[in-house]
Design a protein around this ligand. Sequence first.
Ligand code: ADP
Ligand code: MG
Length: 475
Amino acid sequence: MNYQLRREVDEVWEKCLQVIKANISEQSFKTWFEPIVPFRLDGKTLTIQVPSQFFYEWLEENYIHVLRRALDFAIGREGQLEYSIIVDTGTDRQPPIKVHVPTTNSPVAAEARQKAASEPRKPAPPPVRGIDTTELDLFLNANYSFDNYIEGDCNRLARSAGMAVAQRPGVTSFNPLLIYGGVGLGKTHLVQAIGNHIKGHFGDKSVLYVSSEKFTNQFINAIKNNTLQDFTDFYMRVDTLILDDVQFLSGKEKTQDTFFHIFNHLHQSGRQIIMTSDRRPSELQGLQDRLLSRFKWGLTADLQQPDLETRIAIIQRKLQAEGIYIEASVIEYVAHSVNTNVRELEGVIISLMAQASLVRRDIDLELAKNVLKNIVSTEEKEVNIDTIQDIVSDFYDVTIADLKSKSRKKELVFPRQVAMYFAKELTDLSLKSIGYHFGGRDHSTVIHAVQTISDLMEQDEAVKEALQKIRSNFG
Ligand code: ADP
Ligand code: MG
């Protein structure tokens, strides 16, 4: 292929990726889109090369809508997609065998097309100098809904406030609504769900979702192009403004000034403002006081780490959506092992599914452990519960089954307590989860173990030494 054509394909695919990236999770993006190679652009037909038949089926099943949006954006409505599937990886002498399949063969795609055709075409939004309004609409992701936002203690207030706002935008006292919480806890999902609900129920109201980063970039461009007035006019016209990750505005004084004016205008005219932040407002350093004080006019609600039951419900929901069955014990294992945030939990499930399909076997406990090992080992805390059980059982010459058994024999109880002690100290697992990994014991047993070993360390030099030896094995 000549250089010019090559560049064209790459550029079109790059545009597609922009849209895809904004619409799916990072882990899904890595798993399903990074391995794709843009292959050819023939008129308005883009051919992409995927590593396997399974891959192709997965994309068609799960990502057909987002691929359609991407094509709309990168090529236009007539854009078509074709897959080149590597059926056989080939040998040194034989080139790989590939088949080409157009995306139009898929019943899912046909359905999507039909749906798109039956939906009344929206009138094009009025052009605004300096801002591509069609582009903005692309960033409200229809996959985020209240339906698939699992409720738990961790998010009850935020979720119900969000629901109230979604049902009566601009009318409740929750204006602005500020949702804060750590990374991957569901901020974007929740505010997008609000946006989608408003869009679905109040057809005449415009909803604008924008990340603070994008807002800042648009602002900078507006200054550069001398279109600042258009920029503010545009934002002052929306009925619901969703600004994601406001912490990004910190230190950006000029952007904050402009946002301040937009905020005031919207608020005064009864329009809804929704924001997210990765920390509580009092910790938003670098944000002007006048903005922070306005955030307090409405409601601030936080998202916490999901508890075990919520994690299990999220996994079940996710699997159900993908039409995949996994044994309850495996779900529990994953829920117990990954307790940081929902994004990571989803990442593990996706890797599990991908792995199961690659090695062509069911998702069982062993596979789950393997996948988790790979994922956990890339993190700061390299020590996981399996390593701890391995090392401790080796040291005391007992088996891992012994550690998990119900036996109360002294020569087993002690190593078990030591292992629990290290699990508490070296992993992020909750007491409840640690108990689970030791034959389903409850959290008070774990507390007792940790206490016993801590006491012994202070009183007994031999125990102290032994524990130091064990500790050195964790590297
Ligand atoms: P944040 O914006 O806080 O970093 P996201 O909204 O991007 O987090 O959430 C990360 C992932 O976890 C998303 O795929 C989202 O759909 C999912 N998620 C988060 N909370 C929930 C929940 N309560 N129920 C279902 N999925 C959730
Ligand atoms: Mg987010």
